[in-house]
Design a protein around this ligand. Structure first.
Ligand code: 5GP
Ligand code: MG
Length: 176
């Protein structure tokens, strides 16, 4: 029971589908990075749920750190400018870095995050994204690991918010 009701919309991806897909992504990542010193960078706040689930399926020792980038105010459209609000503490020089992002939309935010990680001297940067709206892309970008491509609808749940609401829903919902 959720005493806060549910958002105006429909479930787009059920929790069980998410778990199944994230499990498979974790195994792919394990296979690709085995033997390397990997730093997993959770892109706050949206990728928090994805990151903790993914880490349970990465079967090797990793370092965990956080980065926060913001291009959104409280609206549903990007403001066009990306600020790095929280920087990782880990020394990224010479490291293999996997950034975990909730959703790729225009591509603006993730391009800025990748550029930031490269500027910190990482040896390699890969991106795992839960969701992708390829139809909305303005800045070219391909995720190395992708959960689900989706239609260009605004989604919430499993970490994703609408003005800081609905993050803790276990399913991903598409708003009306
Ligand atoms: P981009 O910079 O690619 O346009 O936007 C990416 C960021 O905008 C994501 O990291 C996410 O924070 C936010 N965003 C984009 N689309 C959605 C969406 O459908 N729902 C939510 N909750 N956030 C979104
Ligand atoms: Mg985000």
């Amino acid at each position: 029971m959720n005493t806060n009701g549910h958002p105006p919309g429909k479930i787009l991806i059920h929790a069980a589908q998410i778990q199944h897909r994230v499990d498979a992504m974790g195994w792919d990542i394990t296979h690709d990075f085995l033997g390397q010193e990997l730093v997993v960078l959770c892109v706050l706040k949206g990728a928090l749920f994805m990151t903790t689930d993914l880490l349970r399926h990465i079967h090797m020792d990793v370092k965990l750190d956080f980065i926060r980038a913001s291009s959104y105010g409280d609206g549903q459209e990007s403001s066009g400018e990306v600020k790095i609000l929280i920087e990782p503490e880990t020394d990224l020089r010479g490291k293999a870095v996997l950034a975990v992002e909730d959703i790729i939309d225009t591509g603006l935010s993730i391009n800025a995050v990748v550029a930031y990680i490269q500027a910190r001297g990482a040896a390699s940067v890969k991106v795992a994204a839960l969701l992708d709206k390829p139809a909305r892309r303005k800045f070219p970008f391909h995720a190395d690991y992708l959960g689900f491509p989706i239609e260009p609808k605004f989604v919430v749940g499993y970490g994703l918010d609408d003005a800081d609401r609905w993050r803790n829903l276990p399913d991903v919902w598409a708003l009306d």
